[in-house]
Design a protein. Structure first.
Length: 253
């Protein structure tokens, strides 16, 4: 049975999509069968693995709202072992349409049931909000990965995310765990980055991944080429650290 990991933080620009794409690709690279689910209407994970949104006829929207079988929305990527359920802008309507839908919080969980046996890991890239798409993702997940950007106010907003996680645990998914907090965009040249690491470690203790993701320009270039970092520049620091994270995630079980 595959492990389902939701990458969540309601703040935008903290590295959710970069982590979703590159963790997925690095897990695939070390031989795991991986399904990436793009749950953000912006569809950045979709284009990040080289799937052209113009070629997508059915996406996660059709799976969540119209009960289209997941097999029909899965696209292969150019990387071996890596498939994706893409998102297009049509997903933007889902947040509102879900409100009046039966079992609105558990639609993702039910939809991906059939894929659990086929993949070793299912990684869900959440949108930058705590709305129903994120709630669906947390309800479907075994564990959540929380990317935190190494900047001022890094912890701001996290209490809201944590209380959402607790609510999901209480009412929808009691076995949901926090797999880890991932520090991203670390800049070793500033004292600030080091202070943030200390602060986050003080708060989350052993829940913080040993792997810290530095700022790496190759990571920000890769999406415009539609390639995960391990394809775009396998020798970059960005590829090294996401490979290290993949091994840590596997080690966590
Ligand atoms: P989110 O999905 O949380 O909104 P993204 O993963 O899209 O965040 O990252 C926001 C921006 O920062 C993107 O332009 C991305 O390319 C860039 N970025 C993310 N992580 C890094 C990194 N480690 N080094 C350099 N740029 C990064
Ligand atoms: Mg994103």
């Amino acid at each position: 049975m595959g492990k389902i990991l939701a990458i969540a933080n309601q703040k935008g620009g903290v590295g959710k999509t970069t982590t979703s794409v590159n963790l997925s690709a690095c897990l695939a690279h070390i031989g795991k069968k991986v399904l990436l689910i793009d749950a953000d209407p912006q569809g950045n994970a979709t284009s990040g693995v080289g799937v052209n949104k113009g070629d997508v006829h059915q996406c996660i929207y059709d799976m969540l709202i119209d009960d289209v079988n997941i097999q029909e929305v899965i696209h292969h990527t150019k990387m071996e072992n890596l498939d994706i359920v893409p998102a297009t802008i049509s997903l933007a309507g889902a947040e509102i349409e879900l409100v009046s839908t039966i079992s609105r919080e558990v639609r993702m969980k039910h939809a991906i049931q059939d894929a659990k046996d086929i993949y070793d890991y299912i990684i869900i890239d959440c949108p930058p909000s705590l709305g129903l798409l994120t709630i669906n993702s947390l309800t479907a997940a075994d564990a959540v990965i929380i990317p935190v950007q190494c900047e001022y106010y890094a912890l701001e907003g996290l209490s809201q995310l944590l209380s959402t996680i607790r609510l999901v645990q209480k009412h929808l998914n009691e076995s949901l765990m926090i797999d880890g907090v991932l520090l991203t965009m670390f800049d070793a040249r500033t004292n600030l980055g080091i202070q943030v690491i200390e602060e986050v470690k003080k708060y989350f203790q052993d829940k913080v991944y040993g792997t810290i993701i530095p700022r790496n320009v190759r990571l920000s270039e890769a999406p415009s080429h539609g390639e995960p970092i391990i394809m775009y520049d396998a020798r970059s620091r960005g590829a090294e650290v996401y490979l290290e994270l993949a091994k840590e995630v596997v080690h966590n079980g």
